[in-house]
Ligand binder design. Structure first.
Ligand code: TMP
Length: 199
């Protein structure tokens, strides 16, 4: 089973993932961007204010292809539970917010375009926990240097997550991530227990 954690930066996602790791030592815990050289290339691009958003999309996608081949598919074929901190939905939500519509030919919708690229090769998640938090709290918690600019971007990312949930409501479990971080972790743990009990 492939379980993914998604949400804005500062949603408490990584703390929840760490708490789950302590609770499920038998599972494979992983994350995107990865720590491979593809992940290093992604980090380099994210640190460059002038990075081309389309080039950045393909760096993230290359990192995902490698992550799938090297970690996710082997673990799933051994029958392991795989829990990943970010996965395909991060590209659909974040890179669709970075790519303005005018960037793509023929008025293509960025979110749909990015989904189509992935659908040709990815392994879709069985369940996704979405840590839902408002962009201001997210930017504040993540310690963004320009909080207003970051919150404006995260608002678009959040709208994209909402579109994804609308398209695939049965896959998502929404957790209120505006709660204190300890309560966010407890809610995520409870949601995962329920998903595993019903599988
Ligand atoms: P993190 O908050 O999980 O450490 O993720 C690092 C940043 O990378 C975060 O701002 C979200 C961004 N990101 C994307 O924009 N697209 C992606 O596909 C992934 C995996 C992360």
């Amino acid at each position: 089973m492939l379980l993914t954690l998604e949400g804005l930066d500062g949603s408490g996602k990584t703390s929840a993932w760490e708490a789950l790791r302590a609770e499920h030592p038998e599972a494979v815990f992983t994350r995107e961007p990865t720590d491979s050289w593809y992940g290093d290339a992604v980090a380099r691009s994210m640190g460059d204010d002038d990075a081309d958003p389309l080039a950045e999309l393909f760096l993230f996608t290359a990192d995902h292809a490698d992550h799938l081949a090297r970690v996710v598919r082997p673990a799933l074929s051994e029958g392991s539970l795989v829990v990943t901190d970010r996965y395909t939905d991060s590209r659909y939500a974040y890179q669709a917010a970075s790519l303005s519509e005018s960037y793509l030919a023929g008025g293509r919708d960025p979110l749909t375009y990015i989904q189509e690229i992935h659908e040709a090769f990815t392994h879709p998640p069985d369940a996704t926990i979405y840590l839902d938090v408002d962009p201001e709290t997210a930017a504040e918690r993540a310690g963004a240097t320009n909080k207003f600019e970051r919150a404006t971007y995260l608002e678009r990312v959040r709208e994209n997550y909402e579109r994804l949930i609308e398209r695939d409501p049965d896959r998502f479990v929404r957790v209120d991530a505006a709660q204190p971080l300890g309560d966010v972790t407890a809610s995520v743990k409870a949601a995962v227990s329920e998903i595993l009990a019903n599988r």
